[in-house]
Design a protein around this ligand. Sequence first.
Ligand code: TRP
Length: 328
Amino acid sequence: LESTYEVIQVAGVPSSTNTFAQDVLSGLGAESKELPAKYFYDAVGSRLFESICLQPEYYPTACEAEILELYADCITARFPSGVRLTDLGSGDCRKSSLLIRQLLREKRQFTFVPVDICEDAVRSSIHALGKTFAGSTLAIQGIVAEYFDALASLRQRHEPVVVLFLGSNIGNFEEGGDERFLNRLHAVLKPGDSAIIGFDLIKDTNVICAAYNDANGVTCEFNLNLFDRINRELGGNFDRRYFVHRPLFNTKLSRMESHLMSLREQTVTIAATGRSFNFRENEMIHVESSYKYSPQKISWLAEQTGFAIQAQFEDPNHYFQDAVFQRL
Ligand code: TRP
């Protein structure tokens, strides 16, 4: 038996330059400026995000890795034989590899399906997995796609599915987007399928703020890379020197927000959008939200969307929770 590796692109994705231009046009043309967070993840952005995950202030990755290390056997014990382990927003696959290691140890049958918007991340993570698990039989089908396109492609499969939605990715939607995501997930799963969902828990605001403003400035660089991408791919003339990264905790909505703030009155032209955008001094572009959850909210979400919570695993500090959502 040999390991098999395959990468496919799901139709309609990754987002064409056209869509990127349209999204930038509507986001920067709005009264209250914003840009969708998914555009952070080009090849450079995905590498920078891996580096964020290694910063001492960025606790979610370390806490979730600890959870997966402590409870890998409990988690994988529930997986049906021949499962398609679908990792949405797989990035460098460092966390999913903790579950893969356990499955290989137990000689279980499964296919690992890393899904990421960034083709570079899919290819290099598969390459890294091949090295890490050299000598074992591992079937990998990488998918380059956005979440909902990847979910749609799940409708055709015959195997049981376990979806991994780690890293508090569920917290990055707009308001109510978590519930909409779970409804759409429910629609493509079958009874008995499940999802392991990583939720960042509400905690001391200082701890949260530090995680999105690391002292090495990697998060700042990650945010500003969005301007470089717009300049390169859409012919923009953003000047990084006149913007700063402003992380803010929104208490009312229980979410961390990343903003890019204009340091002066200025005009930025973006060729592919066919227009210019004016910025006032101190005007902000909202580029990301990261919701923080209470245990009650997690139970409520499951109840609203047709899932039963089978198990909940937390790190010793109770900073993070991985919940097993079973589709009813
Ligand atoms: N899912 C991650 C989170 O919510 C995404 C993230 C972490 C992120 N740090 C960031 C996104 C900084 C943008 C900027 O924590």
